[in-house]
Design a binder for this molecule. Structure first.
Ligand code: AHM
Ligand code: MG
Length: 337
């Protein structure tokens, strides 16, 4: 048996590599790991909800049954409040950001943004879902958090990651020094290092998009999709893989190589996915793994956000594939003048 390295051990090892680090970020990452284990426990019981009580109703024990996305939201918030390392948070589930003003958190310097349960419309049908998180240093010195503490470019991220609740549960994260993946061993309740130093293949043969929206897509996206499906001298047709759960689609492409696309369309002129909760954290992570993320005209991480719930078009994945769709996009802009 190889040496088993738990998430906590790994975080501790990494912290020792930075002699002046205070351990606050490590503590925060550990707490997010704990939150995700609690969420995982409930996600695994999703199919039992009908037996133990309908969502939004009272179960047989007389307890109110929360929707899973609300449960995930509340769990992350509780863990952040208890951790003492975060002074504020913003959640995709909530309209605005919040300051954590407990005594322990008063001097904390990190803020956390998260999508507590992405792809939650898939819960009922047992498809993989995920949690996405992004950690920044606050901009203001102390006191109540301000909107400016949250509206930072992705380039300023300190750490980001996701948890996928799939056929196994994995936590994948980066602190800007490579990407590492940990699989939850349910028998010991620990995330164990299973995917050290993840690199996304520069080229892939899978594309992921909601092809049902094809007729709403811009012409350059349609052109690229046709390229993906064509057989040429250099390539066979790519495989289409679309789960409709961003974390799951992203995770597969990260490991196997591929591109995920949620473009702007006639129906959704800004795209669908949220810059702060979904695109930035996974863009930071994919760059750390050697891949890329763009709107078609600019790197996701270079966008100065205007609002917390801003949506952006997204092309993310293997470097050469993202380079190519970007060329299609810029060529289209040049042609239309
Ligand atoms: P959500 O945050 O409301 O769960 O929506 C995000 C999800 C992503 O996980 C997924 O990639 C996308 O919506 C799928 O959208 P569509 O059904 O339009 O293809
Ligand atoms: Mg989401």
């Amino acid at each position: 048996m190889g040496k088993l390295i738990t998430l906590d051990e790994f975080i501790y090892q990494r912290q020792k590599d930075f002699p002046f680090s205070t351990g606050e970020l490590s503590g925060l990452l550990r707490d997010i790991g704990v939150a995700s284990k609690i969420i995982n426990r409930e996600v695994n019981k999703a199919g039992l909800v009908d037996i133990t009580g309908l969502t939004g109703e009272v179960n047989v024990q007389g307890e109110a049954v929360q929707k899973l996305d609300e449960f995930a939201d509340a769990t992350l918030i509780d863990c952040l409040r208890n951790s003492g390392e975060a002074c504020g948070y913003a959640s995709e589930e909530q309209d605005s950001f919040h300051t954590i003003s407990t005594f322990d958190n008063a001097n904390a310097k990190y803020i956390v943004l998260f999508d507590p349960l992405d792809g939650s419309s898939n819960i009922d049908v047992n498809v993989s879902i995920g949690t996405i998180f992004a950690i920044y240093r606050r901009k203001t010195d102390a006191g109540e958090c301000k909107l400016g503490d949250f509206l930072q470019r992705g380039r300023e991220l300190v750490a980001a990651g996701y948890v996928i609740y799939g056929s196994s549960t994995m936590l994948v994260y980066t602190t800007g020094n490579g990407v590492n993946g940990f699989t939850l061993d349910p028998s010991i309740g620990e995330f164990c290092l299973s995917h050290p130093d993840i690199r996304i293949p520069e080229e892939g043969n899978m594309f992921s998009t909601n092809i049902g929206y094809y007729s709403f897509y811009p012409e350059y996206v349609k052109d690229y999709i046709r390229f993906c499906m064509d057989e040429t001298e250099d390539k066979k047709p790519y495989s289409l893989r679309y789960i409709g759960s961003f974390v799951a689609d992203f995770h597969r492409n990260l490991i196997k190589g591929g591109i995920f696309m949620y473009p702007a369309s006639k129906q959704q002129p800004e795209g669908k996915l949220r810059l702060m909760y979904e695109c930035n954290p996974l863009a930071f992570l994919v760059e750390q793994a050697g891949g890329r993320a763009t709107t078609g005209t600019r790197d996701i991480l270079d966008i100065y956000p205007d609002e917390l719930h801003q949506r952006v078009p997204l092309f993310i994945g293997s470097k050469h594939m993202v380079d190519m769709i970007e060329t299609y996009c810029t060529d289209a802009i040049l042609q239309t003048g």
